[in-house]
Write a protein that binds this ligand. Structure first.
Ligand code: C2E
Ligand code: MG
Ligand code: MG
Length: 745
């Protein structure tokens, strides 16, 4: 389709037409015999030149028209009476009028009517006509955007020429409007997202001016309108600093690194909020494309309300660091606090550990039941906590063990405190009408004075505690490092033994007992072994048993050995060994210990070992006068089937009366006699052995000869009538693994 005024005529056609129009009258004149020929040339040439000029102009206009037609903008010129003078193809398309009505001279009103009747109901046309005609009169050179049929947006600029013509140029800005529509859709989407987000969102500019705050954020701040955020009504705490006003907060947040997060406490609202910061560096700057009112800063703050989470975490942390029964701090808290307190300790500000162990708690628990035992612990914790000084914390380490960590207290004060604490724990507790009395043993050690590490601090406080316990409990001992280097090796070993018990350092070896048939063991004797963890050296029982016997330690060692030995014996029975007898050594002091009968009975039942297969060896060196009081215990144990033997028989003071009164099943002939029966002067020794065998025979007591080292000793013993033997010749003590092949036994 071509433009409005010029048809598609070429230079040649135009020139031909012009020439023809000039030559036809000339030929007619010549033919009629008019004026001489040269005079006639003047008008002929004049007409030709005119024709050529017209043709030239036509051609120029044609080029201009073509140029106008190919542009995307609509161009139109109306004369001062608003009649069409010139327009391009785009204008006609936009107006949407038929070609035949689109002719020079056509009034704008007519063209407009034609245009509107294509797109609008008849009834609406008059009003729109009126509006458009009014607009048409405005030709002030100012651009204005209008929408045309087909959602085409044009930016129209109309200018009036001095002669009154109205020149309209319209640029197609549809794309711009499409983009704007998209941006608005994006914006709506962002707003929908931001508003429905369960987190607070705030957009601010680099001056901390708030551009947007979503409803979640307003809710967090108990605000109904973003304008409320401008004032100083809210206050916040960040890293311990109190900040007034929400803008103050945003300014504070953006003075720190632009990315990352901060924990903010909303003071008035009592909320804990995690704020994530995001600073969008100059990418497409959204606000350049938006009207000024929508322009936004590019700094985004996301507010996540973690109040509930913080509460839950605090609760979990409380549970993790507190003892569920008493509410006291627990071992986890102790380990953490100990590490910090140890790190802070200096020679002038000691970190002191007070280790506490209740005395007689187990019997109370057993006698009154666990509910009362639990209540007792609760009461003692309340008492202990009420008694603490400000620089102290109390922990329940486990069972009836407690600890107090103290930072920077003077030693004499601490000792006084610890003694008062023992008194506190000794004071009777009234539960369910029972007046219950326990006590406490306390050990104290300090870092860095005594120990150079938290572990050593605990170890030494415990050593002091064990010492108090072994001395009967109910007291305080401050660990003295000098003890470790002192010549008082006995005291030192007490500490070491107590530590060994705590760490279960005791091991067992087993030595077989043989009958006349030397191929098959009839029993196994359990012997204790101990490597001192402090020195790394093995210590023989002959050294540490007497020391243990002088304290309460021996019963704990014997209980431990009894358990280990019975468990091992049970494993052998399980594996199908033909072993008949397990022999164990037990100090008479152990028989005096509370709970010994229960310990024996419970262990046998738990391990399903018949009491009959167990023989307890008592060393003969025990004080005779104490025996009568032990008779009851020995009989009670014997009631479980367990038999008794007198060890090292012949070296001590066992009276025949004792042998007769107690349920003794065996005597073990001491190695000193065995050694002597094969010596040059063997007469005396042989007589003693013969006498023992004789006596035992008559009392129906079995005899075991121990320490048999040579064939000669063995043969002599056999000749004298002995039928059970033990010694290096037949088998040295060895760990249980050495007898793993149960068929050998
Ligand atoms: P015992 O019960 O008379 O044990 C025999 C001791 O003689 C063991 O020494 C054993 O290793 C050793 N022995 C065995 N055969 C021979 C031999 O042919 N020649 C020589 N020279 N020695 C032999 P061990 O294990 O050092 O035990 C020493 C003592 O310590 C035991 O004497 C026993 O009285 C005591 N003992 C061992 N274990 C325990 C225990 O668990 N509790 C108690 N209360 N005392 C124990
Ligand atoms: Mg023995
Ligand atoms: Mg012995």
């Amino acid at each position: 389709m071509r433009g409005l005024i010029f048809k598609p005529n070429t230079l040649a056609i135009t020139a031909l037409l012009a020439l023809t129009s000039a030559l036809v009258p000339l030929a007619a004149f010549l033919w009629s015999g008019g004026v001489p020929g040269w005079a006639l040339l003047v008008p002929v040439i004049g007409a030709g030149v005119a024709a050529l000029a017209v043709a030239f102009m036509f051609d120029r206009f044609s080029v201009v028209q073509e140029a106008l037609d190919v542009t995307r903008s609509a161009i139109v010129v109306y004369d001062k009476e608003d009649r069409l003078v010139l327009a391009n193809r785009r204008y006609r398309e936009v107006l949407g009028v038929p070609k035949e009505t689109f002719v020079p001279g056509a009034p704008y009103r007519e063209l407009l009517h034609r245009s509107l009747e294509r797109t609008m109901p008849e009834a609406d046309i008059p009003r729109e006509m009126e509006r458009r005609l009014r607009v048409q009169t405005v030709a002030d050179g100012q651009p204005s955007d209008r929408v045309y049929p087909g959602n085409v947006w044009l930016r129209v600029t109309k200018t009036r020429t001095p002669s009154g013509a109205n020149i309209g140029v319209a640029i197609d800005v549809t794309e711009l409007y499409e983009l704007r529509g998209k941006l608005e859709a994006e914006m709506r989407r962002f707003m929908a997202l931001a508003e429905s987000a369960p987190v607070g969102i705030c957009q601010i500019d680099s001056d901390a001016e708030i551009h947007f705050a979503n409803s979640s954020l307003l809710e967090m701040l108990n605000a109904s309108d973003p304008s409320e955020l401008a004032g100083d009504t809210h206050s916040f705490r960040v890293d311990g600093v109190v900040i007034a006003g929400f803008r103050g907060l945003t300014r504070h947040l953006f003075s720190s690194p632009m990315r990352g997060e901060a924990h903010v406490h909303f003071i008035e609202e009592g909320r804990d909020v995690l704020v994530k910061k995001a600073f969008v560096r100059g990418r497409e700057r959204l606000h350049d494309l938006l009207p000024p009112s929508r322009a936004a800063g590019e700094n985004i703050l996301i507010f996540i309300d973690v109040t509930e989470r913080a509460r839950a975490e605090a609760k979990i942390r409380f549970l993790a660091t507190h003892d569920a029964l008493t509410g006291a701090l627990n071992r986890v808290a102790f380990v953490e606090d100990l590490a910090t307190a140890a790190a802070e300790a200096t020679t002038t500000r000691l970190t002191t550990l007070i280790s506490i162990d209740l005395d007689r708690f187990k019997p109370v628990n057993d006698a009154y039941g666990h509910a009362i035992g639990d209540e007792l612990l609760r009461v003692l914790v309340v008492r202990g906590e009420a008694f603490l000084r400000p620089n102290m914390r109390l922990y329940r380490i486990g069972g009836d063990e407690f600890a107090i960590l103290c930072r920077g207290a003077a030693e004499d004060e601490l000792v006084a405190f610890a003694n008062d604490l023992v008194d506190q724990f000794r004071t009777p507790v009234l539960i369910d009408g029972h007046s219950i009395v326990v006590g406490a043993s306390v050990g104290v050690s300090a870092l860095p004075r005594d120990a150079d590490s938290p572990e050593a601090l605990v170890h030494y406080a415990d050593l002091a505690l064990y010492h108090v316990k072994n001395a009967g409990g109910g007291g305080v001992m401050v660990f003295d490092k000098a003890v470790l280097n002192s010549t008082d090796s006995r005291l030192l070993m007490e500490f070491d033994l107590a530590a060994a018990l705590e760490h279960h350092d005791f091991r067992l070896v087993f030595q077989p007992v043989f009958g006349l048939d030397g191929d098959r063991a009839i029993g196994m004797e359990a012997l204790v072994r101990w490597r001192n963890r402090r020195t790394g050296e093995p210590v023989p029982p002959a050294t540490f048993i007497p020391i243990a016997e002088s304290t309460n330690l021996i019963s704990r060692i014997d209980f431990e050995v009894f358990t280990l030995a019975i468990e091992q014996f049970a494993a052998w029975l399980e594996a199908g060994s033909g072993l008949d007898m397990l022999l164990l050594n037990m100090s008479v002091r152990t028989l005096e210990a509370p709970g010994v009968v229960d310990h024996v009975a419970d262990t046998l039942i738990r391990c399903r070992v018949p009491g009959r297969s167990v023989t307890i060896e008592l060393t003969e060196s025990f004080a005779v006068q104490s025996v009568s009081s032990l008779t009851q215990t020995i009989r009670a144990i014997n009631n479980c089937g367990v038999r008794f033997a007198i060890d090292d028989f012949g070296t001590g003071y066992t009276s025949l009366r004792l042998l007769a009164d107690l349920p003794i099943s065996f005597v073990k002939i001491d190695q000193s006699f065995v050694r002597d029966i094969a010596a040059a002067d063997h007469r005396g020794a042989q007589s003693v052995v013969r006498a023992i065998l004789d006596m035992a025979h008559h009392m129906d007591i079995g005899v075991i000869a121990e320490g048999v080292e040579t064939e000669e000793e063995l043969e002599t013993l056999k000749r004298l009538g002995c039928i059970r033997f033990q010694g290096h010749l037949l088998g040295a003590p060895a760990p249980a693994e050495a007898y793993a092949d149960a068929t050998v036994l």
